[in-house]
Design a protein around this ligand. Sequence first.
Ligand code: NAD
Ligand code: WQD
Length: 352
Amino acid sequence: MQKPKILVTGGAGYIGSHTALVLLEAGYEVVVLDSLINASRESLRRVQEIVGRELVFIEGDVRDRACLDRLFGDHDIYAVIHFAGLKAVGESVEQPLAYYDTNVGGSLTLCRAMHAAGVFRLVFSSSATVYGPDAPVPYRESMPRGRTSNPYGTSKSIVEQTLEDLVHADGRWSVSLLRYFNPIGAHPSGRLGEDPQGVPNNLLPFIAQVAVGRRQALTVFGNDYATEDGTCVRDYLHVMDLAEGHVGALNRLGQAGLHIYNLGAGKGLSVLQMVEAFERISLRPIPYHFAPRRDGDLAAFWADSQKAEQELGWRAKRGLDDMIADTWRWQRQNPHGYRSEINVKSQGTSKC
Ligand code: NAD
Ligand code: WQD
């Protein structure tokens, strides 16, 4: 029996492209909507090449209601996985309007278009950042959302609250809020991975660019935290595990209501532990120096992911060595990301 069609907004991006691949492998039909503001269509060409199946790609903006109406008219969509958004914390402080417009406004427009099309199943990309600085670790879904410290985090919190209200107001909706911890890694083929534009904000892409010689040294933000080695502790999980979590969440959408899950490995690792692991696996030195703390960073947090295990049958299966080996394979094989193949013509693409 043919599996249903899933709309993946932001599907050309880092997590979206890995999820599109996992969906295709699981037999789903996939329609990707992406404005390409932070992605390359090359990622989707490679997804199709790896899986040996085609998806539909529509270049368009999730804030464009007419585009969404056309899309829902042309495709019988079973559920939407909504990745599309802006995600750089520092940039969100400088450009709050852009972040609220895309992340909040885009989500509202999407929900209105879904409602008009009679599609009431939604998986939303949220973040561990919604727990805020005062939550005790490990974070559990039963804890309330906390205060946020930047427009990016606030935008995720607002969308969560909006979706919660929507589910309460209209019993037809089934919404999963997936709170990601720190996704890293890449597809094991080395063909898909994270391709940040400019200077990477996140730790692993920065370390990988140092290892491959694109940057001289890592700046470690803070070595005076109350952690074992003084550097911040995070819960890193493999992007392929994260992608698989979305398939689990889709299955849960058969049941109306609000479903909230942490997707994390449940284990904290420090910045220096990540540096050491990268050196061990890549056999490259990662020079680093300490600098003052980065604004807004928390000392340590990790997930309690038992709820996802019990209700979705999901847990992070891949360990630290796999995460780093896959990151390194991707970076080594694609030192400049997708850029060298950015002009490759792709098939099955239309503009909205
Ligand atoms: P990404 O930037 O690689 O992917 C986002 C995609 O959305 C990009 O392909 C971009 O081109 C597209 N996009 C942006 N604005 C759009 C718009 N208006 N219309 C259509 N497409 C648009 O980021 P990612 O790391 O893959 O993150 C995916 C989602 O997960 C985001 O919502 C992000 O906030 C969330 N998230 C990411 C992390 C992380 O550490 N990467 C952690 C928690 C949550
Ligand atoms: C991890 C650790 C840094 C870079 C962010 C967002 C969060 C989510 C995921 C997504 C921290 C340290 C980093 C560097 C460093 N967002 N670091 N030198 O901050 O946990 O989470 O990304 O959409 O909302 O806040 O992840 O990878 O930026 O940092 O020392 O050059 O590495 O201080 O302790 P973070 P990160």
